[in-house]
Design a protein around this ligand. Structure first.
Ligand code: NAD
Length: 443
């Protein structure tokens, strides 16, 4: 090993050890001390995946492809079949790359199922990848940080203000412990957005913005015979707010986050309208199919946001920032002055895969023993922005950010078990209660 490589490896070992020591991990659960010994004993960065669905599969592959000495050592999912599918897909995807395949080391005894699988998997990690539905994110993130682990977690990071508060508290602890946290708001890791952001002053002060996530919508996982209500909702999670947060939170967060990022602020209030025009089936749970929200920032800047899941309508996923001297068209990668003259155009040939870049940068920092990423706080506030929007469209009232954030609103179940009752239940005909603007109240 060259001196340089030795230094890097020593500094990484120190870093992993320090992070673990700072957590008091050595005196924690027995598996934890095993994990610390493990972590300190060689250069391998041990990765644990919690939430083995579509995104978890992708994220695990991206971690393995990150060019660092990474090993996937454990997987946790509520459902065994999802672990099996994920494990198989990762193997198939990497089938022609023996060197990367060798980085998968997940024997039967390190595949954990059920609601508490994360508790058994996290102690084995240096880095935890959190890709469950977002309702569980605050619980899982809190635990990963408590145990002194670096984290990659998908957006959104919560579904209600109580969850956002938990993430904010854990984010502060992560900072103290110098644990890297990357959130899958991948536009922050995308070349075109980064180049636009560098040049954002060309449009002067941002005074208004528009954001869109309009498309056909997503999958439906219909009820199957023999499922408990809890299992059904866990499988068909997109349609239940305690798991998903509605599509304004689940997907439109990306666009709201871009506006917050460029604006350098978060909205202070919101009002809006929404409903369900076509999403009316029993398997459509309780979420809306369209929301239109007017967010206001402290300096009076307005963000008009629209998100729609209705097949056959206009599709657009994009952001537009309007400033005193011009406009940034994010989707087009273009900056124009107030008269429409192009000031900058991103060269699309230089676009990257931001899903890979976020892992490349995270794992490179960890391998070098650097503390570089603290995305959780922004992830929490952008998640809260989207929740604010949902509270506005569900109630039809003006919702104040501070009041909402401190409302204590907690929509998660009180108990996690297959025979426990989820927080929303169907009526005798199989339909769920839907928010009614003017009647639904929050604060
Ligand atoms: N950044 C992006 O562009 C992007 C793209 C896709 C998905 N995502 C995010 O990734 C997350 C997962 O989405 P997905 O498409 O992979 O969904 P998915 O349904 O394919 O996978 C979710 C997995 O989590 C498992 N799970 C549920 N509850 C769990 C628990 N308590 N413990 C362990 N496992 C649990 C499910 O069984 C399932 O296997 C969502 O937050 C989504 O927003 C982000």
């Amino acid at each position: 090993m060259s001196n340089d490589a030795k230094n890097r490896s020593n500094s990484r070992r120190e870093f992993v050890k320090q992070s673990s020591l700072l957590t008091g991990g050595i005196i924690a659960a027995p598996l934890m001390s095993h994990a610390n010994f493990f972590s300190g004993s060689d250069d391998t960065i041990k990765v644990v995946l919690v939430g083995c669905g579509g995104r978890g599969t992708g994220a695990a592959i991206q971690a393995l492809l990150s060019k660092q000495n990474v090993k996937l050592v454990a997987m946790a999912d509520a459902f065994r079949d999802n672990i099996d599918n994920c494990y198989k897909s990762i193997g198939e995807e990497l089938a022609d790359n023996a060197a990367i395949l060798a980085k998968i080391d997940v024997p039967e005894e390190r595949k954990f199922t059920g609601f508490d699988g994360y508790l058994k998997a996290i102690p084995l990690a240096d880095v935890v990848i959190l890709c469950t539905p977002p309702g569980f994110r605050p619980i899982h993130f809190e635990e990963a940080i408590r145990q002194g682990k670096h984290v990659f977690m998908e957006k959104p990071v919560a579904v209600d203000p109580a969850g956002v508060q938990r993430v904010l508290k854990a984010a502060a602890v992560a900072k103290q412990k110098k644990l890297n946290v990357v959130v899958g708001l991948q536009r922050h890791y995308q070349n075109s957005y980064r180049e636009l952001f560098k040049r954002k002053d060309q449009i002067g002060d941002i005074t208004s913005a528009q954001a869109w996530w309009n498309n056909d919508g997503v999958w439906v996982r219909g009820r199957k015979a023999g499922q408990t209500e809890m299992e059904y909702q866990m499988r068909n999670w997109y349609y239940f707010n305690w798991l998903c947060g509605d599509h304004i939170t689940e997907q439109h967060i990306h666009n709201l986050d871009v506006v917050n990022w460029f604006k350098g602020a978060y909205p202070v209030k919101a009002q809006g309208m929404g409903g369900r025009q076509v999403r009316k089936g029993k398997d459509h749970g309780e979420i809306f199919d369209h929301h239109f929200v007017e967010f206001t920032y402290a300096d009076g800047t307005i963000l008009n946001s629209q998100c729609r899941h209705i097949p056959g309508t206009m599709s657009r996923v994009d952001e537009l920032l309007i400033g005193t001297k011009g406009k940034i068209h994010c989707g087009a990668g273009m900056i124009a002055d107030s008269k429409g003259k192009t000031l900058y155009k991103f060269d699309s040939k230089t676009e990257n895969n931001p899903y890979q870049t976020e892992h490349d940068e995270l794992f490179a920092a960890i391998a070098k023993g650097q503390y570089k990423f603290e995305d959780a706080e922004n992830g929490a506030y952008s998640t809260m922005t989207s929740i604010l929007g949902r509270m506005a469209t569900y109630s039809g009232q003006i919702i104040d950010m501070d009041k909402a954030l401190n409302s204590g609103l907690d929509i998660m179940p009180k108990a996690f078990a297959w025979d426990a009752a989820p927080p929303v239940l169907p009526d005798a005909d199989g339909f769920y209660p839907i928010a009614v603007p003017g009647k639904t109240k929050y604060i």
